[in-house]
Design a protein around this ligand. Sequence first.
Ligand SMILES: CC(C)(COP(=O)(O)OP(=O)(O)OC[C@H]1O[C@@H](n2cnc3c(N)ncnc32)[C@H](O)[C@@H]1OP(=O)(O)O)[C@@H](O)C(=O)NCCC(=O)NCCS
Length: 314
Amino acid sequence: MRFRPAVKEDLDRLLGCVVDESISWSHPERLLSFLESGNYHFDRIWLALDDQSDEILARAVWWGFPDGPKPLALDCLYVRPSVRDRVEVAAELLRRGHEAFGVVPAYHVFVSNGWRDEPKARAAIAWRWEAAGRAGLTEELERLRYAWTSAEAEVPEPSERLVFRGDDDDEAFVAAFARVAAGSLDFHTRQALTTMDPMTQARQDVSDYRLLEGDREWWRLAYDEGGDLVGVALPSANNAGPVVGYLGVVPERRGQGYADDLLGEITRFHAARGAQRIVADTDAENVPMARAFERAGYRNFAVRLVLSANPVNT
Ligand SMILES: CC(C)(COP(=O)(O)OP(=O)(O)OC[C@H]1O[C@@H](n2cnc3c(N)ncnc32)[C@H](O)[C@@H]1OP(=O)(O)O)[C@@H](O)C(=O)NCCC(=O)NCCS
């Protein structure tokens, strides 16, 4: 078996790979559109090939922003069922990719709600999970995927107690992000704060949100009537359409339902621009946020499983 990154000439054979397991994968339509948009690159797809037939026995496909210098997420991990040690082949593909990229991107797997009770989904995840762990992706996180649709849910009324304002100065958002990160129940925020100070973490978050497809002008800071900052609300978009982006309440104002005002503003903003569906994710353990989505008529439609490296080890 030989391992190498893909090249243009592999395209037909890549399109011929079929994953018929209960798990998200880089199906031909996704592959073609992401190669075209620059979210995928041939040299960010690693292959394991049969020595004799030169057929693709396994592949790992990573995703990134079109102009991003490094891949950000593993999108698809596939090994033919006939391969003897599926787990080790998959792990080796990941190790090769990590070495070539100089980073260890997280694996994002999309599964249906209740996947733990579905034997097919559990089996599809089990061997990938083991392979990911062997390649250093040892941290597990379950994120709930929510969607608001204009057909099913109301457009909320404007907040009666908050004023929303844009700000051209990124530093205003950095300062607000640093404040709302304190005491966050979000796994990645907490993980990041174990290796960097709050301002560095906030600056990195702001620059990551700038890479999303939503306009920077959409971002809002939320103030009370006395002019004190209560939180941030960042409507945004990805290549599938409008997303909630990010919202947060400063610690001293939590527990007063401000999450509803901020989420309401984001929903209203998108709805006013004609959005029919708005998508959002939150950690299963971020219960106040999950409840806010449910109160606002967002429906939990799937789960995103994220397997990542411990930042202390990378
Ligand atoms: C999630 C968040 C926006 C909730 O804001 P909020 O306005 O306080 O939400 P609610 O008022 O609806 O709070 C509901 C309950 O959860 C509690 N709660 C809210 N945030 C909490 C936190 N970070 N830690 C512990 N408990 C929290 C509240 O005290 C309240 O408890 P109670 O019912 O006993 O009074 C806020 O915690 C936050 O800014 N977190 C950091 C950023 C974040 O996680 N954003 C979401 C990313 S998708």
